[in-house]
Design a binder for this molecule. Structure first.
Ligand SMILES: Nc1ncnc2c1ncn2[C@@H]1O[C@H](COP(=O)(O)OP(=O)(O)OP(=O)(O)O)[C@@H](O)[C@H]1O
Length: 224
């Protein structure tokens, strides 16, 4: 029996008087690759933010890696997010005055990880995503794909058990996006991490092991 790493029960989140997330229940086991597909406005980002502990639900229960996020303070959720989760967002942010290496080191430094360990983790993560050559570059010199690879490596370097991605490849040039999605699935399968990927893209979602559809804040699992 797989360890359950995400447990959501009857989660509700209100936005402007309506339920942007409306009674969502979901359980995700360790190592599962789950896509949550929904069109624009269906509640993906709202649900992503609940799972990441950025927001708290107005009702219901959200638990990730055994931590009851719906019960924790904002500060405790921020610490949890920094130490235990990997977040992949649509437009990865980098500090322009720092090199890629320095950008990747920053979250590890915030976690108090010593320099030698930081560098080892970053080199391993960059090797895993297959882009070690970009470490000394400035972020503005990176191509679309390199920027995503650097963001992915930044996340992997922290060795999180759970990765949450919100339209991470949403604005991609088509072919690059497909290749990147394949390597993301490949890497996550190798590391045994759990991935929950929010997307509008149905064909892409269909390639995950499990696919859920979000419509008007309600989540249903689909068999493809
Ligand atoms: N900050 C906000 N203030 C007001 N309404 C909001 C806010 N954030 C989301 N909403 C509303 O909540 C609903 C769900 O929005 P959400 O951003 O979660 O959807 P989404 O599926 O992520 O959409 P997209 O793919 O366009 O990002 C929408 O009706 C949206 O208008």
């Amino acid at each position: 029996m797989k360890e359950i790493v995400v447990r959501i029960k009857d989660a509700v989140k209100m936005k402007e008087g309506r339920r942007a997330v409306n009674g969502v229940c979901m359980e995700v086991g360790s190592g599962e690759l789950v896509a949550v597909q929904g069109k624009s406005g269906s509640g993906k980002t709202t649900l992503f933010r609940l799972l990441a502990g950025i927001d708290k639900p107005d009702a219901g229960w959200v638990e990730v890696l055994g931590e009851p996020l719906s019960e924790l303070s904002e500060e405790a959720r921020a610490v949890f997010r920094r130490n235990r989760l990997g977040l992949l967002e649509q437009r990865p942010a980098f500090l322009p005055e720092l090199s890629v290496m320095e950008n990747l080191a920053l979250p590890l430094w915030l976690r108090g990880i010593p320099k030698k360990e930081r560098e080892k983790a970053i080199h391993e993560a960059m090797a895993a995503v297959g882009a070690p050559a970009i470490l000394e570059a400035r972020p503005e010199k990176l191509s679309w794909a390199e920027r995503r690879l650097a963001a992915l490596a930044r996340t992997l370097a922290g060795n999180p058990q759970v990765l949450l991605a919100d339209e991470f490849l949403g604005d991609c040039p088509e072919r690059e996006g497909e290749a990147m999605w394949d390597s993301l699935l490949d890497i996550v399968r190798r590391t045994g991490q759990t991935l929950i990927y929010f997307t509008t893209d149905m064909p892409l979602a269909a390639q995950a092991e499990r696919c859920c559809v979000l419509r008007d804040g309600k989540l249903t699992e689909v068999t493809l």
